[in-house]
Design a protein around this ligand. Structure first.
Ligand code: FMN
Length: 195
């Protein structure tokens, strides 16, 4: 198996090219996806593998003033969590790193067969799917977590239930070119063991 060079993807196979070229962008600006495009992005998320078709996910969308509301919720969580003053001061601006933030939430359903972890994996897979769908539409993004993803104060601020768990903050927008280094050329062999 040859090393995978992201820049050598086969343009004759655009689906594979999309996967081989996937990158994150931390610097994002407006415009973000339109309402129709957001609908397509979420429609792609609905196609993730879903054991038992439990739909163990939901999405909170923040754009425009919603970014302010998300930032305020993050700041209240930071205060409640006893974060340092520097963190409390910067939280309100955090969502403004992109024109659109999707908070992906694992929303597990009680089920005798499908374990909680499987349902959380299902929800997490929506994040990558949405990042790829956004890329297919010409946008870029980054999947973020940070302490806030694990903070129950923020979960309560966002009116999530005790069983729900944020699995990602997906920041989406138009990439700002900043000359990020090319990913290292890797051999898939390094990650394989044959049984
Ligand atoms: C669950 C998860 C949480 C992540 N959280 C963060 C984060 O909080 N901050 C960050 O800079 N990158 C985070 N990343 C990594 C970025 O999404 C991204 O993969 C990384 O910057 C490498 O860039 P690349 O995707 O182009 O290889 C996270 C990735 C995953 C899968």
């Amino acid at each position: 198996m040859e090393p995978v060079k992201p820049s050598s993807a086969d343009p004759a196979n655009p689906a594979l090219e999309l996967l081989l070229q996937r990158r994150s962008n931390h610097r994002l600006r407006a415009p973000g996806p339109s309402a129709d495009e957001l609908e397509s992005i979420v429609a792609a998320a609905l196609r993730v593998p879903d054991f038992g078709h439990l739909r163990p996910f939901r999405f909170l969308i923040a754009q425009g003033e919603g970014l302010d509301r998300l930032g305020q919720a993050m700041q209240r969580a930071a205060i409640a969590a006893g974060q340092p003053r520097s963190v409390i001061a910067r939280t309100p601006r955090m969502p403004h790193r992109a024109p659109l933030v999707i908070v992906a939430v694992a929303s597990p359903k009680p089920d005798p067969v499908v374990p909680l972890f499987d349902q959380q994996l299902c929800a997490a897979s929506t994040v990558l799917t949405m990042q790829l769908a956004a890329r297919a539409l010409g946008y870029s993004g980054v999947w973020r977590s940070g302490w806030l993803m694990h903070d129950r104060h923020l979960h309560r601020e966002l009116q999530l239930s005790d069983s729900e768990q944020i699995v990602g903050f997906l920041y989406l927008g138009t990439p700002v070119p900043i000359g990020e280094p090319e990913p290292a050329v890797e051999s898939p062999h390094d990650y394989l063991s044959w049984l």
